[in-house]
Design a binder for this molecule. Structure first.
Ligand code: G3P
Ligand code: MG
Length: 262
């Protein structure tokens, strides 16, 4: 593992150490505005969520390519216009207290997070075959929001497993910071980080080693690890120098780590 791409001077990590995964982890229905509110109420200053496009190219929050797990709809997300998706119930699957919670638009979530001073990792999660289009729409929307809301300028960045999405984001909104997501490191990640102009490498914590963290840091990149729900494992990763972790275990992590981590 050679540090051949010192493309940038790595400065101090500018965000919280703990990111509430999909808004509020397991406590509220993932990728909803209710989840963002719960994350905020629990003292989290940073969230991660997943954005993809409806058939008519509106950016909405959703993890899966299909509707069954987290809504009362059926079928493929990409087969429906936003008007139909926004009528679905995205809360009842979690618990009755959240029944009626809709799928939110990216616009609504950015406004909520920006108004509340929260950091957001906007994961671009394209439906199959829509990587470039999704990257372009999400990055343009983010850039437009940030231009209109300069107070939030340092709060938001994008991430993706989709190289096409990151390349499109880089092309239309180079000023929005980018994170490369990879299930595990391989040497092609080094070249991708450089060519996509990313600042951060994010990977599955199970695939992370202290050597990999050191390699990324020596190359000028920050490191994030998903998804850590065990406090001891979180301590270990942060001890290796991982810059931030994603977690579903909001209350456990809040009890274990100092407030400044959030
Ligand atoms: O962005 C980190 C993490 O969210 C990636 O995995 O499947 O939960 O979107 P996933
Ligand atoms: Mg995600």
């Amino acid at each position: 593992m050679q540090s051949t791409y010192p493309h940038t001077e790595r400065t101090a990590w500018p965000y919280p150490r703990l990111f509430a995964h999909r808004g509020a982890g397991h406590i509220a229905p993932e990728n909803t505005l209710a989840a963002m509110r719960v994350g905020h109420q629990l003292g989290y200053g940073a969230v991660e969520f997943d954005a993809k496009l409806s058939r008519d190219a509106i950016a909405l929050l959703m993890h899966d390519d299909t509707l069954e797990r987290t809504t009362n709809g059926h079928g493929a997300f990409r087969d429906f216009d936003a008007s139909a998706l926004l009528r679905l119930d995205a809360g009842a699957w979690h618990s009755q207290g959240f029944a009626g919670e809709p799928i939110p638009t990216l616009a609504d979530v950015l406004r909520y997070l920006g108004d509340n001073g929260m950091v957001a990792d906007v994961e671009i999660k394209p439906c199959p075959g829509r990587g470039a289009e999704t990257g372009e729409v999400v990055a343009r929307e983010l850039a437009a929001y940030l231009q209109a809301s300069p107070h939030a300028a340092s709060q938001f960045f994008v991430s993706s497993f989709s190289v096409d999405a990151l390349r499109a984001a880089q092309s239309v909104a180079p000023q929005v910071p980018r994170t490369l997501l990879a299930e595990r490191y391989d040497p092609s990640c080094d070249a991708l980080l450089q060519s996509l102009g990313c600042r951060t490498f994010a990977t599955d914590h199970a695939a992370l080693t202290p050597d990999l963290v050191a390699h990324m840091h020596a190359s000028g990149y920050w490191v994030m690890a998903y998804t850590i729900n065990d406090v001891a494992r979180a301590r270990e990763a942060l001890g290796w120098g991982v810059d931030a972790i994603f977690t579903d275990a909001l209350t456990d992590m809040a009890a274990a780590f100092p407030t400044r981590h959030r």
